[in-house]
Design a protein around this ligand. Structure first.
Ligand SMILES: [Zn+2]
Ligand SMILES: [Zn+2]
Length: 346
């Protein structure tokens, strides 16, 4: 089979290698689509201490495919099923795992991060993932590319579970990349009233309104003034900062209505995470500031359901589709920031 392996900083090689062998309680997945994520780009650009010439890794953690074979002890999955794959596995026994938060397990493992992922024609699904329900069967009419986007969408879902969007809430998403756009679409599906989007790039804002013309882009001059104009001086109920900017995090507080909820989604670059916040606003406006990381399998399944039943349509978020052989081009395109999501298809 063909696989794209990372050997070190900026060293990705498409190689011929053996199809993985599976044990009696494991599954062989034929990958149909794997999307490129900012995490992949960062790993390739900065390197990863677990990956070197002796220990190459197949990246890719946003994955969908068809079950190609199951071990003899597997009873709940069959060859031929269309599936998507939640990438995070917990140990299964710690308190976080037994409460369903396998993504918060101290010993968590993830496909494409610390075990081989989806930039390959086939993947071995180990027993833990097969037993923890990480594979979810999807309807045969769901596009595999769109199904690969369920992973980032599940992280968005986890983030929004922290700020609890209520019917008719005014929501502002800062950062109009693919993740910001998913936040906007899922906020709408959760009953948000107006959803504003902010980005320094007018091109990105335009792309978002092309995907959904119900989203309100905030271009140009002073963001605070505009938000206060739009909301009659009230501020927004929920602000989601979906860009790696400490300044955007700090400035979000003054945009908030009383009792507002803020989500800091995603990390800041290393060494840039000391952010000073106007803390009196937290007090006098009774604000909540939350963070989130990754997603659990339940959240993954609920976004998969939303795509399956048409409540969420992410197909238009895919702006680049590439073959595995052209992964270099795909990575360059993803890095350029010109498009939205880039998917490797098989
Ligand atoms: Zn990702
Ligand atoms: Zn655990």
């Amino acid at each position: 089979m063909k696989a794209a392996r990372m050997y070190g900083v900026n060293d990705i090689r498409v190689e011929e290698c053996a199809i993985p062998q599976i044990g009696p309680d494991e599954i062989l997945l034929k990958v149909k689509a794997a999307a490129i994520c900012g995490t992949d780009l960062r790993m390739i650009q900065n390197g990863d201490k677990r990956i070197d010439r002796e220990h190459p890794r197949i990246l890719g953690h946003e994955i969908s495919g068809i079950i190609d074979a199951v071990g003899e002890k597997i009873t709940r999955y069959q060859k031929g099923m269309h599936v998507c794959l939640a990438p995070n596995m917990g140990c299964g026994v710690c308190n976080q795992c037994v409460s369903g938060n396998t993504h918060l397990c101290n010993d968590y493992q993830a496909f494409g991060i610390n075990i081989d992922g989806g930039f390959a024609e086939y993947m071995r699904i180990p027993a833990e993932a097969a037993a923890q329900g990480n594979l979810m069967v999807i309807n045969e009419n769901v596009d595999f590319g769109e199904a690969a986007l369920l992973e980032p969408a599940s992280c968005v879902m986890n983030g929004q579970s922290r700020v609890n969007i209520r019917l008719n809430d005014t929501v502002l998403v800062i950062g109009a990349g693919p993740i910001g756009l998913m936040h906007a679409l899922i906020a709408k599906a959760s009953g948000a009233g107006r959803v504003y989007m902010r980005d320094l790039s007018e091109e990105r804002l335009r792309q978002c309104t092309e995907v959904d013309d119900d989203l309100i882009p905030v271009y140009g001059r002073n963001l605070l003034e505009q938000i206060m104009d739009f909301t009659g001086g009230k501020g927004v109920d929920v602000c989601i900062v979906a860009c790696p900017s400490g300044q955007a995090q700090a400035e979000s507080l003054e945009l908030m209505a009383m009792n507002g909820r803020i989500l800091f989604f995603g990390g800041l670059p290393q060494g840039k995470d000391m952010v000073s916040l106007p803390s009196n606003l937290i007090h006098y406006r009774q604000l909540s500031i939350c963070g989130s990381t990754r997603a659990n399998v339940e959240q993954y399944r609920s976004v998969a359901d939303m795509v399956g039943n048409g409540r969420l349509n992410m197909k238009k978020i895919i702006s680049g589709r590439y073959a595995l052989e052209d992964i270099e081009d795909a990575l360059t395109y993803a890095k350029s920031g010109k498009g939205l999501k880039t998917v490797i298809e098989f």
